[in-house]
Design a protein around this ligand. Structure first.
Ligand SMILES: C[S@@+](CC[C@H](N)C(=O)[O-])C[C@H]1O[C@@H](n2cnc3c(N)ncnc32)[C@H](O)[C@@H]1O
Length: 211
């Protein structure tokens, strides 16, 4: 049985930016609107849970200053190589959501795409406190949550933790956490008064802009 860190390490290990076909990893479709509506040109953005860097790359190519944090060393190495390979400037370092290794008010904006539902609710709550800490006063964050449905066939591969989070204990997703947030639970987690926009995508994902 793997732990979440091991799961994410394995997920990104061995991917090489020189040979990997990044065209299969398009940036998140909500980024363009977030950038045009909420960010000034050249703003500084933290990509929290940056993964393979598809969204970081979009931001850098559109003139933003980019930092990325991920629990997976392999993902950080991949992003760094990917940026070097593409001649882009960005700063990537290993770190965890609920202990973001930056000073208060370091960023004009922040994105956390398809990532916050991969920790327990307690960690997600702590992460939101951290997000507020590292973003400037009145700055915004784009946070997305995957659709809450999970393929019933794979449910027997998971344990259900006390807060309802699935912890996969075997199979392809061994070690991965996934919390199937309902809309109300997201609003409670973030605090309704902090939400500027809450949208449901056609595929069932939830897109939140918050302060
Ligand atoms: C589904 S991937 C999404 C990656 C990226 N945001 C994207 O949209 O392509 C979730 C990411 O969250 C990262 N992650 C999971 N738990 C984390 C934690 N506790 N702290 C930091 N990163 C974490 C994983 O390593 C992974 O890169």
């Amino acid at each position: 049985m793997l732990d979440p860190e091991q799961y994410w390490e394995l997920a990104f290990r061995g991917l090489d930016p020189e040979t990997y076909d990044f065209s299969t990893m398009r940036p998140d479709q909500n980024l363009e609107d977030y950038c045009s509506q909420y960010l000034a040109p050249g703003a500084s953005i933290l990509d929290l849970g940056c993964g393979g860097g598809r969204n970081s790359q979009y931001l850098a190519q559109h003139g933003f200053k980019v930092w990325g944090i991920d629990i997976s060393h392999a993902a950080i190495e991949l992003c760094s190589k990917r940026f070097a390979f593409s001649n882009l400037s960005g700063d990537f370092q290993q770190g965890i959501f609920n202990r973001i290794p930056f000073d208060n008010h370091s960023f004009d904006g922040l994105i956390c795409i398809a990532a916050l539902d991969h920790v327990t609710v307690d960690i997600a709550r702590e992460t939101l406190t951290e997000i507020r800490r590292v973003v400037v006063h009145e700055g915004t964050a784009l946070i997305t949550f995957d659709p809450p449905e999970t393929d019933e066939d794979i449910l027997d591969e998971a344990e259900i933790l006390a807060d309802g989070t699935l912890k996969f204990v075997r199979g392809n997703q061994d070690g991965m956490l996934f919390h199937r947030y309902q809309d109300d639970e997201i609003k409670l987690l973030i605090g309704e008064h902090r939400i500027i926009s809450f949208t449901n995508s056609q595929s069932g994902g939830r897109i939140v802009i918050c302060r």
